[in-house]
Each structure stands twice: as C-alpha cells, then as structure tokens.
Design a protein around this ligand. Sequence first.
Ligand SMILES: Cc1cc2nc3c(=O)[nH]c(=O)nc-3n(C[C@H](O)[C@H](O)[C@H](O)COP(=O)(O)O)c2cc1C
Length: 505
Amino acid sequence: MTSTSTLPGEAPPASAASGTYTLTSRLARGGAFRDGQLTTRYGAVRLGALTPGAEAALRALGEDDHDEAAIGALIVAHDGETGLLRWHILRSRLEAAGLVEHAVAGPDGAAVARLVTVGRGATTLKPAPRGPVRLSRHALLSPAEGTLALRAPGSPLAVELGAGATALLPLLTTWTREAPAPLVRLLATAGALAPGGPDADPQAEERGSVQWHPLDLAFHARTRVPASAPGYGGTYRHRERFGPEPVAAPAADGPRVALPVPDLEAIAARDLSLTEAIEQRTSTRAHDPEHPLTLAQLAELLYRTVRIRGTFTGSDGQELADRPLPSGGAVHELEVYPLVTRCEGLEPGLYRYAPDRHELERVGAPGPATATLVKEARGGTMMDGDPQVVLLVAARFGRVMWKYETVAYPLILKHVGVLYQTVYLVATAMGLAVCGLGGGDTSAFAAATGRDPLLEGTVGELVIGSRPAGPAATDTDTAAATAAATGAAAAPAAERATEPAAADF
Ligand SMILES: Cc1cc2nc3c(=O)[nH]c(=O)nc-3n(C[C@H](O)[C@H](O)[C@H](O)COP(=O)(O)O)c2cc1C
C-alpha cells in the first residue's frame, strides 16, 4: 500500500492540476533490503551497522512507495527524534548513488509520475523553480514498458508518466504556474524543464539551443554522454535471440558479372604518391560522355577500396573482415551497390559488389526506383547529365547492432566517412571524377532492391565517372554553370571559392 500525506510548503495546485499531489520514495527498481544488505540492479551493498529505525525504513522502501512523513514516523517510533538526522544522511547517500526512486502520487493515491535512473546519476530531488515552468523543447516522450517515459538529452534520469499525468502534460507545453509542485520537482530533477521563464527564454532565443533538433540532440547525447545511457561498447544485448550475421552477405541467385583483378604491383609502380593524391583530390561533378567509365576501372576502384582481403573470427564468435578501409571492431557492415547508367562493358542497372568474391551481382534492371535514385544523385550534385555511376553505400545494420549498443549507429556514419575518403583518394589516383553526396533516399533503395530497410539501408552515396579532359568541373565550375543556367551573374572566382558548393554542399 502506498502511504501518502501532503508535503508542507508546496503550493496548492489549481484548475487542471487540482487535487493533492504527494511526493513518495522507494528503493530504486529492483532494489531490496534484507539482512543488512541492499540488493540493487548494480549489485549488493552491505550498509554496515544500522539503527532499528533505518532498518525498518529501508525494508519499507524496498517494498513500496512511502512519503516522507510515513518514513519519518517509522524512524521516530524505533529510534526517537534523534534518529531522523542519521536517517537523512543515509538517505542522501543512497540518493547520490541513484538507489532511491521518487514518485508523485495523485489525489487518488496512484502514481502519476516516477523518476527513474536510465543511466548513471543521482536521484537527489531539485527544488521546484519559483516562477512559471515549461517542458524543455528538447524533451522527448516515448512509450516504455507500459508507461510513457519523458527524457531530456544527456540526463541519466527519466520521468515515467502514469495515466494521471496525461491531463497535466498539456499544461506544461507553455509557461505555467499551475502544474503540481511535486511533479515539477521530478521534471526539474530529470532536466526536462526549460531554463529561464517567459521573459528570458534561452531555449527559444540562444543559438546553442535553437540550432539543435531534439532528435539530433538526443542522438548526440546518447552516444557522447555515456552517463546518460548505459551500453557503450559491445554489450551484445540481443545475443540470446539472434545470432551474428556473416561478414559477407549471402550470394544472390541472379546473374553475376566477373570483374578483372587489378595488378596492385603494376598500379603501385605508376600510382600517384599519397601526398599527390591528397593534394589533387577534389569533388568533380561532370563526367566525360565521350569516354565513359569502364568496367575495368569500376573493378579497380572497388577492389582497391572495399574488397574483403581476408576474414577471421572474433572472440565473441562474430566473423570479422580485413578490408583496405578500417572499421570499428573490424565488423565491416558496409556494402556498395553500383547504380550504373553508363559504364563501358556493363549493362545499365543496379548491382551489388560482392566484396568477398570481387564480382558484381545484378540486382535489377533500370526501373522507376533506380530512376529516382539517379535523379536524386544528379539533383544533389547539380550535374548537367545523369552521373555515370552512383555508388550507393548501404549498411547491414545487424552486423554492428548485434554487438554494439549506443555507439552502433554513430559507428556506421563514421564508417561512411572513412569509405568516402578512401574512394575519393583512390578515384583521384585513378584520374576519375568523384563527388560524395550528403543525403539519399533509403526508401527508393528499398524499392529498387526489395531489401528490408530495417535490416539494410543506404547511409551514403558517391557519384563517380570518367573525368572530363581539361579543367575539371569542380564546385566553382558548377556554381558558374548554375549561375549561367539561372541567368544569375557568376560570382568572381575569389568569391566563389568560399561559397557553398552545389546543392548547398
Ligand atoms: C559527406 C559529404 C557530403 C557531400 N555532399 C555533397 C552533395 O550532396 N552534393 C555535392 O554537390 N557535393 C557534396 N559533397 C562535396 C563537397 O561539396 C565538397 O567536398 C566541398 O565543396 C569541398 O570541395 P572539394 O571536395 O573539391 O575539396 C559532399 C562531400 C562530403 C564529404
């Protein structure tokens, strides 16, 4: 049974928030006190010599929510008034370790909200702000185990909301004084309230806040504030349910195209030096229609950048790979799908590069979905014609997510960057035109391949082709071409050099 009483000093709530709301506490979820030992989800803690009152209070808090007055009465009954100070010190220590959970009981005694730890942090309650309050524009609400959980990015705490909170939430979408103080304290402790007030509203005014979309900030905090979300590194949280995926995707049934294996020794003898490749690297958004990319060039580019040089098994049983590019944990989830409109020796269509066999698997002929992908790549680079080849970079998410938790998706994006630069440098060394893209259409990729987008989806794209003779069409050339096409005056070269590139890249 929850035991409650009104807390002294809390403003009487009004209108939608009318009724009596009370703060209660209990040992954090999964916590129990028995035989002088506190068992938590982090392990067992022996608390040493305790007064009879403290023992009784901990036993009660291990079983249910109780308000301060009820626990105080227990302490006094066993230890007398003098026991209260020692109890407060002990409770503060437990809160600092995140071992006490606070809740708000509504007028009917049912829990309206509960402050729980989702990362590593103290649950010591903050005072309710004095003025009006509002929910943070960065707070996110999501279903969680039968409740709705409200979270602020970077906070190790969440507020789980019961049915009784649903009428109160809309109040908090604008500045209000009407929300019940106990609920406001929980939200403040979880970092879910906006700072300031109606007269000084930093979240609405300051660049640091305004520029962040809540989803981006939550994603950033989840991976860069480890205390706010457990699960850094390999946690294998689905290991019991799903096995690891093979490092090389299973071969498809469709037609295959054998690729010539480049002679790396001959290439090394004639190649640009690393310094030359880095210094000459540039984004080129024009292809030579007279001399299109050849199958041998495509084969060489793929071989030198993304082939699998070897495989081995990790200590966790997952098959890993060695490729020219690095990959977190050697997991290598990236696949490359050349989407070909013009390549000498290769039919137009969509292919998958099999990095273990150095061959192309034909995924499909040109169709509406591939046309969308080509059109988007052309639009994204503002090229005059269709790009000869778009390298669609897809991730087999399960390769990374089987092992990693909070860093899984960020790792994939880092791998895309690694792949971009490797392709840029090899393409430069080969004298090809290359340009990375900042966005793509994973639903068109799903339509073109039939892949389940939750299992495999595009995370990057590069446009490649033969480099036109003469000065290459780089950013500045594209700016000039665009200016000509739209009738606008092209900016002087010195000015253009600092302008955003085509399509705002
Ligand atoms: C991740 C990434 C995304 C890019 N996205 C685009 C794009 O969508 N469209 C485009 O025309 N260029 C894109 N670029 C090319 C950049 O505009 C280019 O690298 C930049 O303007 C500097 O020019 P440079 O590569 O010639 O040094 C991208 C480059 C990178 C690395």
